[in-house]
Design a protein around this ligand. Structure first.
Ligand SMILES: O=C(O)CCC(=O)C(=O)O
Ligand SMILES: [Fe+2]
Length: 217
């Protein structure tokens, strides 16, 4: 087999990353992965500050269901407010975010041929009393969504009693199981968009996050 110098260089350059390897094996095994402290407290603080500034400037809009050209606002299904993030216009906070996400995406593309070409992310605020009923993310009519990623930006005092847990419904040999993921700050949950139904339980204290999708086209 012939190698160009570049290919050889890329192989030498490759370093196995234990965290990313764990995410990949979780995804293969159970279709989801939960990583605590994907973002550290300082990073979460910066991201939360950026989110709150934009929220207070009234830049968020009620989230809709359906795809982006055929949106319907349905409060009985979801009650969050969102702001799409444009990577080309990313500020300091968003750059911190994308740096880490891009590193993961590069690793996934390099090691498991996932072919992730595009991403889309939005900030989300779930005010008190809101929720997002059980759904599949392809419900958004977007079959290109492969992996869903949610990063929680709540403050360090977040308690399970605040509600707003993400319930992921898994299926083991035809038996459904519910996995509850509490939205602790810095935690990231990644799951297969087309495989796992999930819901956000009613929140009792405003709940902050960045949600996004890694897509094949
Ligand atoms: O915020 C979460 O935990 C999940 C949000 C979600 O399911 C979505 O936006 O599609
Ligand atoms: Fe979802």
């Amino acid at each position: 087999m012939l190698h160009t110098d570049l290919e050889l260089f890329e192989q030498l350059d490759f370093r196995e990353d234990p965290l990313y390897e764990r995410i990949i094996s979780d995804l293969l095994e159970k279709k989801y992965s939960i990583v605590d402290d994907f973002f550290n407290a300082a990073e979460v603080g910066i991201l939360r500050g950026a989110l709150l500034d934009k929220y207070e400037e009234d830049n968020f809009k009620k989230a809709a269901i359906g795809n982006r050209t055929n949106e319907v606002i349905e409060k009985s299904i979801r009650g969050d407010f969102i702001l799409w993030i444009n990577e080309a216009e990313a500020g300091l906070a968003e750059n911190i975010y994308f740096k880490k996400i891009n590193s993961l995406v590069n690793y996934l593309n390099r090691t498991c041929f996932m072919g992730i070409l595009t991403k889309e992310f939005h900030y989300a605020v779930y005010p008190e009393g809101t929720f997002y009923k059980r759904h599949l993310d392809t419900f958004q009519n977007d079959g290109r969504r492969k992996l869903s990623m949610v990063c929680y930006l709540n403050d360090e005092n977040w308690k399970p009693e605040n509600g707003g847990e993400l319930a992921i419904y898994t299926n083991k040999d035809g038996v459904e199981e519910q996995v509850n993921v509490y939205p602790f700050p810095g935690r990231v949950v990644i799951f297969e968009s087309q495989e796992l139904e999930h819901e956000v339980k009613p929140v009792k204290v405003p709940r902050l996050s960045i949600t996004g999708w890694l897509k094949t086209r």
